[in-house]
Design a protein. Sequence first.
Lengths: 342, 342
Amino acid sequence: MQKEVTIYDIAKQLQLSPATVSRALNDHPAINSNTKTIITSKALEMGYRSNMFASNLRRQRTNTIGVIVPRLDSAFMSTVLAGMEKVVNESNYNLIISQSLESIKKEVTNAKTMFDSRVDGLLVSLSSDTENLDHFNAFFRKGIPLILFDRVVQQKNCTNIVIDNLKAGYDATIHLIEQGCKRIMHVSGSLKRNVYADRLKGYRLALLEHGLPGGDELERSTNLTRQDGLDIAAYIKRMPTPPDGLFVSSDFCAVSCMGALKQSGFSIPNDIAVVGFNNDPVSLVIDPTLTTIHYPGQEMGEIAAQSLINHLNGLLRLSATNTILLNYDLIVRGSSQRVKLA
Amino acid sequence: MQKEVTIYDIAKQLQLSPATVSRALNDHPAINSNTKTIITSKALEMGYRSNMFASNLRRQRTNTIGVIVPRLDSAFMSTVLAGMEKVVNESNYNLIISQSLESIKKEVTNAKTMFDSRVDGLLVSLSSDTENLDHFNAFFRKGIPLILFDRVVQQKNCTNIVIDNLKAGYDATIHLIEQGCKRIMHVSGSLKRNVYADRLKGYRLALLEHGLPGGDELERSTNLTRQDGLDIAAYIKRMPTPPDGLFVSSDFCAVSCMGALKQSGFSIPNDIAVVGFNNDPVSLVIDPTLTTIHYPGQEMGEIAAQSLINHLNGLLRLSATNTILLNYDLIVRGSSQRVKLA
DNA sequence: CTGAAAGCGCTTACAG
DNA sequence: CTGAAAGCGCTTACAG
């Protein structure tokens, strides 16, 4: 365990003061550029690495950003985190990542851990259980910025980064209507979460505009698990008049439901046309491939992290009512395509 | 932005020295237990939280553990990380997580970032590209412990936590043989990685023991992507004598391959029986459901983190040749079950 | 453009 | 069982 090189060691070797070395290493404008060159090359030669802890202690900030997500095991979240890592590394920040596993209890614990780690800022996507942001009050009180992404809640002090889920739900439903569906069912997740509540609203709006039937019988709120997909298929089978269109707020659940529907003798897309959400790789594995809504995870991660860092560096004032909307695409595949192209 | 409470503030209020407060808060044995009670309750009352940076600076350790994984977007990795988080939180450590996205280049960058963050120890599962552990030399030189899990490489200084992949590959193949398969194909991943190389060896051993045909035509090394699954299906279709059994080292790839095989008219399991690996949720979504090898991610994560922390706390000497083997299970499902139960 | 000095908030060897 | 004092490695207001 060799001894660490400090700025004092560099200073001694170069007959300079530690203050000058510190400034040079931080690219302070007042330092002679020649001196800078000498110092940085000496630092490199001696294998110097800055002691973050001393620096953080002195500066009273940590250069660390906390991330809390519901789960890590989706392709979407993985690309979001890749985007965040990219930005954060370039900006000399660090990332602490934790998952709430869709439980408010774990989210509260995670928030506490993040607080005790004194993160400079927080990037959060809410668990399906979460009712409010009370567990982040300690952050608000200290003025630590919080950015919500994807699963958000409107609140002053919080920037939100989302897609227009209402419009996306509307578009998905309109697509089914265009394929000739007259009786469209929607399977959503926890309606506490904007992503599911808004998609449901979009679905309702589209039905309303086209005078199509809706209501309780055609709206199911679930946890979007595999089992929920099977249950929905069983439910559909029992219906006196089954739907001819199905919009599910998650690809994984949609795929499991499709499997069960096929086994029950439904033909897809002709008996029931199906649209999912998220463009998960699983959407390409099923036969027919699943129509879905795609939105850019990498970009969402980059924008969230960059906004937070800009705010921390004073380059951007996160205003109270700031919402950043990203684009999405409807990707039409076999599960919904009845109208053949010319 | 209210001022932070320090041990000096507590000391002043209680007419004690900061040294005593520090010791009490760290549960030092020399401190009167009555004094401890007074101090801890005062600390709580005043909203004290320890300043990690001052403490780390003084102690010369960070209480931070780094994790580098190939990808975050698998159910398996998500549970591994949940296990690590659990142990780490209980032990008052912090976790820094990063993904290499299967690229040695990114893995090198991640290692450097971890080194500069002065992690006390490292938990790593290697990217498919990685040739050796040279990029961890800085850690070895400083005596920073490194534990490899799942995707490992034999090297002194490194504890490995794995399942017996050779035996698992053997078991998977034997299962196919027991179902009557006479011509079994194996699709593996990068043979630089133990997990894939060992499963291949197990497959070969099983064939050898039963005098079944093997060789180049029946062994494919791929990246185990969806596209690879489709390519394998196309390859099988073109074979003069297609296999009647298929063992794929990844559920996701197996499922995509099954889909394409079914479309080409193969009946599963009767024409081709299929076994995957990892017990990914996707294995339950396909029809028929996929036979697979399950192994415990949560436990692997917990053991990896606990071993590292025990080592750091001097409770366990990680010996040079330490390998910890976990159990696994063969889960038989429809994709391979030809022999009906009585 | 460079330096001397104080201080960030802890921990711990030494002393009593 | 408790305290005084030094020091971990930086940064920065102040001075020149």
